[in-house]
Write a protein that binds this ligand. Structure first.
Ligand SMILES: NC(=O)c1ccc[n+]([C@@H]2O[C@H](COP(=O)([O-])OP(=O)(O)OC[C@H]3O[C@@H](n4cnc5c(N)ncnc54)[C@H](OP(=O)(O)O)[C@@H]3O)[C@@H](O)[C@H]2O)c1
Length: 235
């Protein structure tokens, strides 16, 4: 079983900015090799700056998770690599006040596909690269909790993360004999482009803790829905 201080290779999907970039930086600081993805359309990102100062330990791959042929192509490029952690961070949102009665079909589909279908396709498409003692994680949200939803708001986003959670539970059930750890992560409300300026936490208050929680889960088979402090989030 890997100890929480042992290092390895992580593939971080959606690492151009925000929480994904900060996770790449944190794993790098802990001695890990990091493969971070950006979208092909992205120009120079914060991840590119990290690559430049990493002495070759951080590398970049291209992936738009909504493009299945790009996923297949990434899988081919990574053939023969062994990942200790696969973490899908990429996600999107819509106007938070937009209700299910107001959202257009196109916008609903965009959020659902990006936050639920595509992260799971990424897991399905790349999971065979993850070592038997490894970890597969996906960035969920506290807003994905059905039981904690007593206030409403962010209806479409909530629905997409709740769908992600359920799909990950189905994946876990289908892989019940798998020794790998599975994690749905709730990072807290963090001040990023998505979280906005009113978020409760800085990136520095969330990400180092979140990374320690992930590292602590290695070697523990089965799915957990955890927040950045390692607390179980009610489904
Ligand atoms: N911030 C919060 O308070 C909060 C709370 C709970 C959960 N989360 C979740 O945490 C994750 C990261 O959020 P963040 O706050 O860091 O948001 P962010 O600053 O908006 O960053 C979103 C990241 O996802 C990538 N992405 C979006 N669509 C993609 C696609 N189709 N293919 C590949 N990459 C894509 C973006 O890449 P580009 O740079 O190319 O756009 C960017 O790297 C999301 O899953 C979000 O739902 C955030």
């Amino acid at each position: 079983m890997p100890s929480s201080s042992s290092t390895g290779t992580i593939l971080l999907v959606g690492a151009s900015r925000g929480l994904g970039h900060a996770m790449a930086e944190e794993f790098f600081k802990k001695g890990w090799s990091v493969i971070g993805t950006v979208r092909a359309s992205a120009s120079r990102t914060k991840l590119h700056d990290l690559v430049d100062s990493s002495g070759g330990r951080v590398t970049i791959e291209m992936l738009d998770i909504n493009e299945p042929e790009q996923l297949a192509s990434l899988r081919r490029r990574l053939n023969g690599r062994v990942l200790d952690i696969l973490f899908v961070n990429a996600g999107t949102t819509n106007v938070p006040t937009e209700t299910i009665g107001e959202v257009t079909t196109e916008e609903f589909v965009r959020v659902m596909v990006t936050n639920a279908l595509s992260p799971m396709r990424t897991v399905e498409g790349l999971q065979d690269l993850v070592s038997p003692a490894g970890l597969i994680g996906v960035m969920s949200s506290g807003q994905g909790s059905v039981s904690n939803n007593t206030t409403g708001m962010r209806e479409v986003y909530r629905g997409s993360k709740a769908a992600l959670n359920t799909l990950m539970r189905s994946y876990a059930a289908r892989h019940a004999s798998d020794a790998r750890a599975l994690v749905l992560m709730a990072p807290g409300w963090v001040r990023t482009d998505m979280g906005g300026p009113d978020g409760r936490l800085t990136i520095e208050e969330s990400v180092p803790n979140l990374v320690n929680v992930l590292l602590g889960q290695r070697g523990k088979p089965g799915l957990e829905y955890l927040d950045y402090l390692g607390r179980t989030v009610p489904w």
